[in-house]
Design a binder for this molecule. Structure first.
Ligand SMILES: [Zn+2]
Length: 424
């Protein structure tokens, strides 16, 4: 699987085998051939009506923002102040965090997302609750915020560093060091926690160049901070703090200067692009702009798709794929195919997060993971993977339906979600 290659089997068998204590993909291919090679009678093998896909990876989202994803979004900074920060503050309460985590992680598995990179709130309570319910392929970090944010969400510098230490000591490399973004996280904190990340092989995630107003704001703030007076770009701030690197994922990265592209490429930093969150306000996004994947790919920068819940309005990666294709096509960027969107929503995410040896597609020997999603209409032309994805996604009457496209989710050979049949 790649940007340009996505193999479709119209009538296939996917075979899992319990091997060395785990369920692995043993074979995939045309049903007749596979059945013959195993000496099986096809009629005796259980069949399914839907389409089997690898589970999704969502490389940038905030699980603590699930309740604000539908709130009015006039602009990023206003939406954060009015809705997002007050909601995140509620996660200090362990009972609230526990209830929300249980419901959220069950819901995300129901949309077919089985791995990714996630922000929690500043509180240990929220991190503990998320780690309890999230499957192992999610890396999660508590957002660190020490300045330019409301008092009720502000950590002292030493508290933010202590929270990161608690994260790594308790959860090892499932913990992801997560300065919220340069305007809210003091550079001393970023420097200290970047060292912690490097020492322990942790991932780091933050936000970069999402909107022009944000860029102006951040450069204004750093022009008054000693050691940063001369920074010319947002990316340079992260570079000076040691945040860039092959285990770092920058959210958004829409408005990049040439020198920023060079810094990202040279440091092998990855990008999580969130098209449904960056979409025009009329499309329930924040109106931040369209990520230019071609300029990023030209420089060999790794990137994947992401929902950015709650900036993004829907959890389903089907919605994200749909938004990615339609926005790019509106701009005449026809390299934005559904196959590319699928690759960037599955294997590319697993590659960025260091899971691709055993996750991300149906290669033999990888974990026996799959989702079954609704079949395309019976009269649709589905000769290629591109046509099948177009016909599948085209069935949604409204975007909220994407959250119900998945019929079951299997991780490591175990069912973690099964849609209840409709009672007729
Ligand atoms: Zn975000």
């Amino acid at each position: 699987m790649s940007d340009t290659d996505c193999q479709l089997y119209q009538d296939a068998l996917l075979v899992g085998r319990f091997h060395g204590g785990e369920w692995l993909v043993d074979a995939i291919g045309p049903a007749k051939d596979i059945a013959t090679s195993y000496g099986w009678n096809l009629k005796e093998i259980p069949s399914c009506e839907g389409t089997l896909l690898p589970p999704f990876y969502d490389t940038h989202f905030h699980w603590v923002q699930d309740d604000v994803r539908q709130m009015p979004k006039a602009s990023l900074l206003e939406w954060l102040e009015r809705y997002t920060f007050p909601e995140e503050a509620r996660f200090e309460d362990p009972a609230y965090a526990e209830n929300k985590a249980k419901a959220f992680w069950s819901r995300i598995l129901g949309t077919g997302t089985a791995g990714g990179l996630c922000y929690s709130s500043i509180h240990d309570t929220a991190l503990d609750a998320a780690m309890k319910y999230a499957p192992p392929c999610f890396r999660i970090g508590g957002a660190m915020m020490t300045m330019n944010c409301p008092d009720f969400l502000r950590q002292r510098k030493r508290e933010a560093i202590a929270a990161a230490r608690y994260g790594v000591e308790t959860y090892g490399d499932r913990y992801c060091v997560s300065p919220r973004f340069a305007p809210t996280t003091h550079p001393e904190v970023m420097k200290e926690t970047a060292k912690l990340a490097n020492k322990n092989g942790l991932f780091q995630q933050t936000h970069l160049d999402e909107t022009r107003a944000e860029i102006e704001w951040v450069l204004g703030i750093y022009s008054d901070i000693a050691g940063f007076e001369d920074v010319e770009t947002y990316t340079e701030i992260y570079e000076r703090c040691g945040v860039l690197g092959p285990r770092t994922v920058m959210g958004h990265a829409i408005h990049l200067e040439e020198t920023e592209l060079e810094l990202l490429a040279r440091s092998d930093t990855a990008i999580a692009s969130c098209p449904s969150s960056n979409a025009p306000v009329d499309d329930d996004g924040l109106g931040s702009g369209l990520f230019n994947f071609e300029q990023v790919e030209e420089r060999g920068i790794r990137w994947a798709l992401a929902s950015d819940i709650g900036g993004g309005p829907y959890l389903s990666m089907f919605d994200v794929m749909s938004s990615f294709v339609s926005q790019n096509r509106d701009e005449g960027v026809f390299a934005a195919t559904y196959c590319k969107a699928l690759y960037r929503s599955t294997l590319a995410g697993a590659q960025i997060l260091g899971h691709a040896d055993h996750k991300g597609n149906f290669a033999t020997g990888k974990s026996f993971d799959f989702i079954e999603c609704i079949a395309p209409p019976s009269d649709a032309k589905c000769g290629t993977a591109e046509e099948l994805l177009l016909a599948t996604i085209g069935q949604a009457q409204n975007r909220s339906e994407f959250d119900n496209f998945v019929l079951r989710t299997i991780i490591d050979g175990q069912s973690v979600f099964e849609k209840e049949p409709l009672i007729s």
